[in-house]
Design a protein around this ligand. Structure first.
Ligand code: NAD
Length: 485
């Protein structure tokens, strides 16, 4: 068993070894039952400093390895994700509350991220440049050194590996700090797989920790680039701190994504997309459909069918029963969702389905007639809630859809060219015509604009090379030139 707890129980992965941390130990809690599944080490700033020294030391040897050797480690890691898919999924179901299709999808993406990254070490790493001088001039891509990866609780495996794999492949060392609530899925599984895949000791360090450990990574001089995925408020802090320390921070942040249903849409198809977009993974995905903007001609039909569908979706423990929705991650996230639902109902929306919970199980909720100034319309909810708002004219829809965020967008229409023209008026990093807002593929550039992020991208070779290398201008000439003095 790759996740046999004998190695990692109570530990962090520091300096190539599973060892106790100076931050102590925390419980791994199953949200569906409240049971304690194990313990992981909790890192503090002293652990981060130790990891940074060790990673910087290990990085030099790793970057100097012949490229086929680095590629082989990444390929082997992909194979290990495939071989241990059931075990890694089991943790995702228990620790995160993912339903099995979500857990299986996350392992599939993790495997693909490793295979995509395995193609990076052998890519050309720069360009030859014309020069006015008699010299060879080139822009050489070099690893940045140590990359700090900070990831959130919601889809911990994908959101960690999508930076860890390409950063390693490109010759960097990585310090991974998963959210302490989901440290096994988002950290231990990745560290164990790379350990088994033959990654040299110290090249990957894995430190579950809170904001203090994250900030210590952002400020440590040996950590040269930060890859942060999380909420917009925390991302703003990380960006500001990184700016003070003059380091690059890639920020992938929150979203409040619109699904636009035009008047020519097939309502049954639109409702299927809408339900998945808002309720998959309990709405705890940055690309979750946060607003359904529906043309008045199909609105009544749409809300009636969506409410009926939501009311029929089973909610419960995904480890023991076949459900569409598992638990939310914790009481804080559940109460945040419920506050927005009650405040939006008080502002005039109708709760057409759900709107209630037991323990951490929040029912699939449909809010109709959602006013544009209400919290469900303006804020990221991060819970299983579908807020629906009617629009009358195709002329208003782009203005209604635009907001401070800009991650994903879905448009449902029989006229795809019209859908594309509409998408051009709504700036987002991702758009799907005739699909809902959630999707992820390892080879595709992922990211947002506005309050959803800095506009940098993960996924696909070009985006990953930009994110995890820097350019060095190198010139060489046969003889030194003469100068006027
Ligand atoms: P969060 O911002 O609270 O935490 C994310 C990570 O950052 C955690 O590891 C946390 O410990 C760490 N952190 C928190 N404060 C920090 C600080 N000041 N300095 C350094 N690290 C800090 O986010 P969350 O609530 O756990 O996750 C949900 C959020 O993440 C949602 O807003 C969601 O939209 C967003 N998200 C974005 C993407 C994307 O790719 N755009 C993907 C998934 C989730």
């Amino acid at each position: 068993m790759i996740l046999d707890s004998a190695s990692w129980q109570g530990n962090v992965f520091l300096g190539g070894k599973w060892s106790p941390s100076s931050g102590g130990v925390i419980d791994v809690v199953e949200p569906a039952t409240g049971n304690v599944l194990g313990h992981v080490g909790l890192a503090d700033p002293a652990d981060v400093a130790q990891a940074a020294e060790s990673a910087a030391e290990a990085q030099r040897g790793w970057a100097a390895l012949p490229h086929p050797q680095r590629a082989a480690v990444l390929r082997r890691a992909g194979q290990l994700f495939a071989e241990h898919a059931d075990e890694v999924s089991w943790w995702n179901i228990r620790e995160v509350g993912a339903i099995p299709p979500m857990a299986g999808f996350a392992v599939h993406v993790a495997e693909q991220e490793c295979y995509e990254a395995a193609g990076l070490p052998s890519r050309p790493y720069g360009e030859l440049l014309p020069s006015e001088e008699p010299r060879l001039s080139m822009a050489r891509r070099v690893p940045v050194g140590v990359v700090g990866v900070i990831s959130p609780f919601n889809v911990p495996l994908i959101l960690s590996i999508r930076s860890v794999a390409p950063a390693l492949a490109l010759g960097n060392a990585v310090i991974l700090k998963p959210d302490p609530r989901t440290a096994v899925t988002g950290g231990v599984s990745i560290a164990r797989i790379f350990e088994e895949a033959g990654l040299p000791p110290g090249v990957l360090q894995m430190l579950p920790g809170g904001a203090d450990a994250g900030e210590a990574m952002v400020t440590h001089p040996l950590v040269r680039v930060i890859s942060f995925t999380g909420s917009t408020p925390a991302g703003r802090k990380v960006g500001a701190l990184a700016g003070q320390h003059l380091k690059r921070a890639h920020l992938e942040l929150g979203g409040n994504n619109a699904l636009i249903v035009l008047e020519d849409a097939d309502v049954d198809q639109a409702v299927t997309l809408a339900a998945f977009g808002s309720f998959f993974h309990q709405g705890q995905i940055c690309m979750t459909t946060g607003r359904h903007l529906v043309h008045e001609r199909v609105y009544d039909d749409f809300v009636e069918r969506l409410a009926a569908k939501a009311a029929g979706l089973p909610v419960g423990d995904p480890a023991t029963s076949e459900v569409a929705l598992g638990p939310m991650i914790d009481a804080g996230q559940r109460d945040h969702t419920h506050d927005i639902v009650t405040s939006t109902a008080a502002a005039g929306a109708v709760v057409a389905a759900g709107g209630s919970f037991e323990d951490l199980f929040y029912r699939a909720t449909v809010l109709t007639g959602v006013p544009v100034e209400s919290r469900a319309f303006t804020e990221e909810i991060f819970g299983p809630v579908a807020p629906v708002t009617r629009f009358r004219s195709a002329d208003d829809i782009a203005a209604l859809a635009r907001n401070e965020y800009g991650l994903s967008l879905g448009i449902v229409t029989k006229d795809v060219m019209r859908g594309l023209a509409l998408a051009d008026k709504i700036p987002t990093g991702i758009v799907h015509i005739n699909d809902q807002t959630i999707s992820d593929e390892a080879n595709s550039p992922f990211g947002g604009v506005g309050a959803s992020g800095t506009g940098s991208r993960f996924g696909g070779a070009a985006a990953n090379v930009d994110a995890f290398t820097e350019t060095r201008w190198v010139t060489m000439r046969a003889e030194p030139p003469g100068y006027p003095f």
